[in-house]
Design a protein around this ligand. Structure first.
Ligand code: PGA
Length: 248
C-alpha cells in the first residue's frame, strides 16, 4: 500500500480546513483499503480536522513538535499535545524548519524522542540543497541528517523517512526517477548501518498529477509527501487515486 501524506504548511485556516478534510474523505472513502492518507495540518487545525477524519482511514499529523515535553517554553506545542489533539504522526526536520527556524540535528534528535514518547509516528525529512548536490555532497549531508536516528529507540514503530531534495520543493522541478532511486538506495544503506531496520521512504518535492505515476512506479517509493498539490481537491485526488492503483 502506498502512502499519500499531505503537508498543508501555513495554509487552510479554519473553517476551510474542516470543509476540505470532509471533501477529501467523501471523495476517497472507496479507496480506504488501497492507500493511507495523513494530513499534516497546522497545530490550530489539528483537533477539528482530526474530529472530521476520526475512525476513517485518514489520519492527521503535526508539521512539527517541541523538543521539550512541558515547561516554560512560550509558543511551543508538545508532541503529547499534538497526540491529544488527534495527531497520529509528526514531521521532523522539514527543510523549511531547518532553513527558516534554525533546526539542527541535536534538537531534531530530541524531537524524535518526544514524538515517540507521545506515541506519534515521526516522519524524518531529509534532503540536499542544489549547492550540496552540485558539490557532490549528497551522501555527506544525508549521513549527517540521518545520524539523529542513532540514539533513538523506535520500539515497534515504522521508520518513515521523507526524501525531499530542497531544490525540488515548491519549485515545479521534481527529482527524476533515477535521482530518487539513487538517493533512496543511499538512505537505505546509511540507515542499515545505523539501525537494523528497513525504512519506508517517501519522496517529496513538486509531486503533482503530472508526475505521480512515474514516481509511484519506483519500487523504493513507499509513498509521497505533497505540499502545493495537496491543497486543492483537483490536484490532490489524482495523487490518491494513483497511489490506490498500487493496491493493498
Ligand atoms: P511541494 O512541497 O510538494 O510543494 O514541493 C513538498 C514539501 O515541502 O513537503
Amino acid at each position: 500500500m502506498k502512502l499519500v501524506f499531505a503537508n498543508w504548511k501555513l495554509h487552510l485556516p479554519l473553517p476551510e480546513a474542516v470543509d476540505y478534510a470532509k471533501d477529501i474523505f467523501n471523495h476517497t472513502q472507496e479507496l480506504a483499503r488501497q492507500t493511507e492518507i495523513v494530513l499534516f495540518v497546522p497545530h490550530t487545525q489539528l483537533f477539528a480536522v482530526s474530529a472530521v477524519v476520526q475512525n476513517t482511514f485518514i489520519g492527521t499529523g503535526a508539521q512539527d513538535c517541541s523538543r521539550f515535553s512541558e515547561g516554560a517554553y512560550t509558543g511551543e506545542v508538545s508532541a503529547r499535545m499534538c497526540a491529544a489533539a488527534g495527531a497520529v504522526a509528526v514531521l521532523i526536520g522539514h527543510s523549511e524548519r531547518r532553513r527558516y527556524f534554525g533546526e539542527i540535528e541535536p534538537h531534531l534528535q530530541e524531537k524524535l524522542s518526544r514524538a515517540l514518547e507521545a506515541d506519534l509516528e515521526p516522519v524524518l525529512c531529509v534532503g540536499e540543497t542544489l549547492d550540496q548536490r552540485q558539490k557532490g555532497e549528497i551522501e555527506k549531508i544525508l549521513r549527517q541528517q540521518l545520524s539523529v536516528l542513532g540514539e533513538v529507540d523506535l520500539a515497534s514503530k515504522r521508520l518513515l523517512i521523507a526524501y525531499e531534495p530542497v531544490w525540488a520543493i515548491g519549485t515545479g522541478v521534481n527529482a527524476s526517477p533515477e535521482q530518487i532511486e539513487k538517493a533512496h538506495a543511499l538512505i537505505c544503506h546509511i540507515v542499515g548501518e545505523i539501525k537494523s531496520i528497513t525504512p519506508l521512504i517517501l519522496y517529496g518535492g513538486s509531486v503533482s498529477p503530472a508526475n505521480i505515476r512515474e514516481i509511484m512506479a519506483i519500487p523504493s517509493v513507499a509513498g509521497v509527501l505533497v505540499g502545493g498539490a495537496s491543497l486543492k481537491l483537483e490536484t490532490f485526488l489524482p495523487l490518491v487515486r494513483e497511489a490506490a492503483n498500487f493496491g493493498e
